[in-house]
Design a protein around this ligand. Structure first.
Ligand code: ZN
Length: 254
């Protein structure tokens, strides 16, 4: 059994066949899905989806959307986080890839702190999005050390940064890019990180594994990520499945 700890199946790209995708996922050994609702316009859809068996949800405001986020959105977020199947807050964080103007960075940091405090208040783990901003994220998290658990979703930083996050108690989320030939640095990180610190995720419809590249990613493709980790660490696919599932169960209490 494996768990897709990071999916976006409320995305419009699943509007035509969501039912079939979910059925296929559960038939192919992915037994649970965490739907990550990080765009305010998907929140209600995700809440509804989470009423189904074996689908859980996480609510947050993505760092690239912080300019549009209103006080009302943050109030609603706080309410949604308390819903029955909500297992985390996120994804939220820092993303300097598209806009690293000082105003945007300041706003992102404010939103990061705000959502962190919501997670602390309701005792939920965090799903952290971080792109081109790992050092700032480390600086921020150091203030909260030992207070909160979580995952650095789709980790793409350096080995040194990976070690810092792991030392702080965070898990690293591993996605489709681990199956790409060019992902040498990431493979090195997976090789050197204890498997008890790894989570497997699809981030579907994005980050499709090599085998299906060019297509929309789906939760059922998660096995490709598990296989890649097994081959890098030279352990069995079953062991990777079992241990990463255990990591997910412990972190999200599912
Ligand atoms: Zn995502």
């Amino acid at each position: 059994m494996i768990i897709d700890t990071h999916a976006h199946i409320c995305d419009v790209r699943f509007d035509n066949d969501r039912e079939e995708v979910i059925k296929k996922t559960f038939n192919l050994g992915v037994k649970k899905i965490i739907e990550v609702a990080c765009e305010t316009n998907y929140w209600d859809k995700a809440l509804k989806l989470s009423k189904r068996d074996n689908i859980f949800v996480s609510f947050g405001i993505h760092p690239i959307d912080v300019f549009q986020a209103t006080l009302k959105n943050y109030c609603k977020l706080e309410i949604l986080v308390q819903s029955a199947k909500c297992v985390a807050v996120g994804e939220f964080g820092l993303d300097y890839h598209y806009n690293s103007s000082p105003e945007n960075i300041e706003l992102q940091k404010k939103s990061l702190a705000r959502q962190f405090n919501i997670a602390i208040k309701y005792n939920k783990p965090v799903i952290i999005h971080c792109r081109d901003a790992y050092d700032d994220m480390i600086m921020f998290l150091k203030e909260y050390e030992n207070v909160i658990k979580g995952v650095i979703h789709c980790f793409s930083g350096s080995l040194k940064q990976a070690k810092v996050f792991v030392e702080m108690g965070f898990l690293l989320g591993i996605d489709g890019p681990i199956t790409y030939k060019k992902s040498k640095a990431l493979k090195q990180i997976v090789c050197e990180t204890d498997i008890s610190k790894l989570l497997v995720e699809t981030d579907c419809p994005y980050l499709t594994p090599q085998k299906y590249r060019g297509q929309r990613n789906e939760p059922s493709y998660l096995l490709e990520v598990v296989k890649a980790i097994a081959s890098i660490k030279n352990i069995s696919v079953n062991d990777v499945a079992q241990i990463t599932t255990c990591n997910a169960v412990n972190l999200f209490n599912i």
